[in-house]
Design a protein around this ligand. Structure first.
Ligand code: B3K
Ligand code: ZN
Length: 883
């Protein structure tokens, strides 16, 4: 980046706004080549700020100013300055009306922030700082205003005109255009503004709130997608009911709308009353959506809906507080998903995500606390740390104060702060006030980055029956934070004896089979009396804290936990620990020729156990991810890790071939397709078996996969078969993968979401040559760099989920990513910066890889005009740690 370096924004420099906006009246005249935006802002000095001379500063980016007036008087050029994305007016009254007219060019907007076009329709994305690309405004979340929006557009092509709130008027113009007025009675920050205009069809429904109000529900899509809305609508109604029942939160407008948009930078956006969704996160049909896709859609619909309270009614004071709404809302959607489906499996999935991706972020150059202190580009801070670790913090608070008290705390939080823009501190204080507990030390979780490590040891005295558990906690240095103070960590504990759980008491409590220990010191010891035999400790049940932990379990200890632990998560985790050891030994070159006997025995028992829950068994059969193995390694050798994991999987498949086949056959579909926990669980185990079998590459297994592909009546089974043939089979050509890929392409050419799966399956074939395939696919007529879903499906999948391809020893995979980021960055910096994630951890890799990764980052750094988004990621990645 040769230009001026982007400016750092710091939490410590937060100042309340000098001016408040009471009302905003917007009028959009949408046009093919330019859009005219008129705005009328009722402004007044903020009584809470003692700065009577302050001039007015408004954000505005890429706007062509046509006119500006204060209280009806047009301002002359010398009376204002418009530069550096700011409009400055030095002298303004205490209270006034500012009117402006600007022109913008949505059809040229490829960054997909602000107002842009997607497949002809107009749509917006304003969080976090997109509104400044639409009109001049104090574009910060602590300025809450009441919005009225009038949209004018040709009736032809744009029969549907939507914005936030309730529709209050509409009319026709003589020139073939029409207009609609929307009024949102709830004051909101500009990031929650939305506008949509297009030729859309809708699925309509309604919901009666618990106080008896009828709310219209509408999902707007292109007409061709109308048959893919029913599932999202059901998920929406379930979410509305759940939030009433579990949090006492009712919806507040007369209408709730969702619009599906094909070109979208992330999953979805919670604009007040008008959620905008990536098509991939709302459109669902069994022909094109996998079970995982259905569950993800339900979770995201719920997440965005829940934001209406945790985010919209109570919003963030500044973007450092992002986890206030995101962490809490992820926690709420995870609770919803657990309540409406397989709760243990959902928890396992969450933990797997934390351990692979969030721990890596927390251990890398972009590590930041859940409440960051500074940023160059706020879009880079919509991270797993803010979202997923943020949700774990809320979960720990609930663990510490109990579920009922937590509900009282959330009621207090919503009542106390309704209509306000607040901080994570306000959230914690409400929980303290409701519980009477001191969460002072707990607050460190919001300000200290890095994943803490808990080292457990124990000793047992058979003569007295006393069992002692010692724990020491530590947290590694992260950028800007060399030393960490001990944190307040809840450890949910059970003690498992040879015949099952042991009741115990500590600190004079009532005996129980489980207890939450609270760590507060660097070193602590907990003593339990009356323990009849040496127990195996079941630690961090349910993953009660987002930490790494170690304890010297023997293999038979782990087998005991897998058999007897009453906590489903802990049973899975014991299996993971067992598998980790096997894989780590293999990576170190100590693997046996065949499968590990312990794992093989455990897997055999699981596959034969017809009474076991298939969904859980499917999870237990998945070996720890390559990225998690890397995360735990001293130095990451991605190719060795991949080879070790693959070898163990092949060996297990060979030893368990008959059990896998029997289980596969036993779980053949016996009813029409439904997305319910029972069927989803059966399909997931059956397809896990198919994948293991495909690794053998024998005729019988290949025939099974082909047969499944051809007879499948849903995308879950079809894609699993395709994946088995393309990614599992050691010789995909011999297995017939090319023909099946052509068939899939023909079948789904017109369904963008299904075609994304087709791109991804190929991008993830674990082979060095896949890079050539990926390059060829860039020229496929349906590949578009402008569409973020396509970019993620092809380039993102290759770089984040294909070790042999991306981590080629010649560095070609890294150079490929560098080239693509350089191409994409001028178009869409947000998506480009996200693609860089796999390169950021170069220092942790073995030297051969590290050098090549670094040189790609350096070549990006030297580009003439890197965006602030990529500049931040590249420069932080290259910075010398501790310097
Ligand atoms: N709040 C939005 C995310 C906006 C991301 C902007 N880069 C979606 C969500 O978390 O619900
Ligand atoms: Zn969110």
């Amino acid at each position: 980046m040769k230009d001026a370096q982007p400016r750092v924004t710091r939490l410590s420099e937060y100042r309340p706004p000098d001016f408040l906006v009471d009302t905003v009246e917007l009028r959009f005249e949408l046009g093919d080549t330019s859009t005219l935006v008129r705005s009328r802002l009722a402004l007044r000095r903020n009584p809470a700020v003692d700065n009577l001379d302050a001039g007015l500063q408004l954000n505005g980016q890429g706007l062509v100013l046509e006119s500006l007036s204060i209280d009806g008087r047009r301002l002359q050029p010398g009376e204002f300055r418009h530069e550096d994305d700011l409009l400055r007016i030095a002298s303004v009254p205490a209270q006034f009306v500012l009117e402006s007219e600007v022109r913008i060019e949505p059809h040229k907007n490829t960054a997909l922030e602000g107002l842009y076009r997607s497949r002809g329709m107009f749509c917006t994305q304003c969080e976090p700082e997109g509104f400044r690309r639409i009109t001049f405004f104090p574009d910060r979340p602590d300025v809450l205003a009441r919005f009225t929006t009038e949209i004018v557009a040709p009736r032809e092509g744009f029969p549907v005109l939507l914005s936030n709130g309730n529709e209050t008027a509409r009319g026709e113009l003589p020139d073939g255009r029409h207009w609609v007025r929307w009024e949102d009675p709830f004051p909101k920050p500009s990031y929650l503004f939305a506008l949509v205009a297009g030729d859309l069809a809708s699925l309509d429904d309604s919901f009666v709130t618990r106080s008896g109000r009828e709310v219209a529900l509408r999902i707007f899509v292109e007409a061709k997608d109308l048959d893919k809305c029913a599932f999202g609508m059901e998920a929406l109604k379930q979410s509305m009911r759940w939030d009433e029942e579990v949090y006492g939160r009712e919806y507040d407008l007369d209408i709730f709308m969702i619009v599906a948009v094909d070109d979208f930078n992330m999953g979805a956006m919670e604009n007040k009353g008008l959620n905008v969704f990536n098509t991939s996160c709302v459109l669902a049909h069994q022909d094109i959506t996998t079970d995982a896709g259905f569950l993800r859609i339900a979770g995201i619909v719920a997440h965005e809906y829940f934001h209406n309270w945790s985010g919209n009614r109570v919003t963030c004071r500044d973007w450092f507080q992002l986890s206030l709404k995101e962490g809490f809302t992820v926690f709420r959607d995870a609770q919803f998903s657990a309540d409406t489906g397989a709760s243990v499996v959902r928890r396992i999935e969450n933990v797997a995500l934390l351990r692979t991706a969030q721990f890596a972020e927390d251990g890398g150059p972009m590590a930041h606390p859940v409440r960051p202190d500074s940023y160059l580009e706020i879009n880079n801070f919509y991270t797993l740390t803010v979202y997923e670790k943020g949700a774990e913090l809320v979960r720990m608070i609930r663990e510490l104060i109990g579920a009922d008290t937590f509900r009282r705390g959330s009621d207090l939080y919503f009542e106390r702060h309704d209509g306000q823009a607040v901080t994570t501190e306000d959230f914690v204080r409400a929980m303290e006030d409701a519980s009477g507990r001191d969460l002072g030390q707990f607050r460190l979780w919001y300000t200290q980055a890095g994943t803490p490590h808990l080292a457990f040891r124990d000793d047992y005295d058979p003569s007295t029956g006393s069992y002692r558990l010692h724990v020491s906690q530590s947290c590694p240095p992260t950028p800007g934070q060399p030393y960490k103070a001990p944190m307040h960590i809840p450890v949910r504990l059970g003690l498992v004896g040879s015949a099952g759980e042991i009741s115990f008491a500590s600190g004079g409590g009532v005996p129980a089979t489980e207890q939450v220990l609270e760590l507060t010191q660097a070193e602590s010891t907990f003593v339990f009396h009356g323990i009849p035999e040496r127990p195996v400790p079941s630690l961090l049940r349910g993953f009660s804290a987002p930490v790494k932990s170690s304890f010297d379990y023997s293999s038979s200890d782990l087998e005991r936990l897998m058999r007897l632990d009453s906590d489903g998560f802990a049973r899975w985790d014991a299996g993971q620990t067992l598998a980790l050891r096997v894989l780590q030994a293999r990576v170190a070159g100590q693997g046996a020729a065949g499968a590990d006997a312990g794992l093989e025995g455990a897997f055999r028992a699981l596959l034969r156990d017809e009474a076991a829950d298939p969904a859980t068994v499917a999870q237990m059969l998945v070996l720890p991810a390559e990225t998690y193995l890397g995360e735990l390694a001293e130095l990451i050798d991605p190719l060795a890790i991949h080879a070790a994991r693959q070898a163990e999987r092949r060996a297990l498949a060979a030893s368990l071939r008959s059990e896998l086949l029997a289980c596969y056959r036993r779980l053949a579909p016996d009813a029409d397709y439904r997305v319910d926990p029972d069927q989803v669980g059966r399909r997931s185990l059956r397809n896990a078996c198919l994948h293991y079998l495909s690794l053998l590459g024998d005729d019988e297994c290949r025939a099974l996969a082909r047969e499944q592909y051809l007879t499948a009546v849903n995308m879950t089974d079809r894609l699993a078969a395709l994946t088995a043939l393309v990614q599992g089979d050691p010789d995909p050509a011999a297995g017939g993968a090319p023909a099946i890929l052509r068939d899939f392409e023909q079948r789904w050419r017109k369904e963008a979401l299904a075609l994304n799966l087709w791109f991804s399956v190929q991008a993830q074939r674990p082979h060095a040559d896949t890079l050539d395939d990926v390059r060829a696919l860039l020229s496929h007529p349906d590949f578009e760099l402008r569409n973020p879903n396509r970019v993620r499906a092809l380039i993102g999948a290759f770089c984040s989920a294909n070790a042999p391809g991306f981590h080629r020893v010649d560095g070609a995979g890294y150079r490929f990513l560098g080239e693509q980021v350089a191409l994409l960055d001028p178009m869409n910096p947000q998506v480009a910066a996200r693609l860089l994630a796999p390169l950021t951890r170069w220092r942790r890799h073995a030297p051969l890889h590290a050098e090549a990764m670094r040189s790609t980052l350096e070549s990006l750094r030297d580009l003439p005009a890197l965006s602030p988004d990529c500049f931040e990621v590249v420069s932080k990645s290259l910075a010398v740690p501790g310097a």
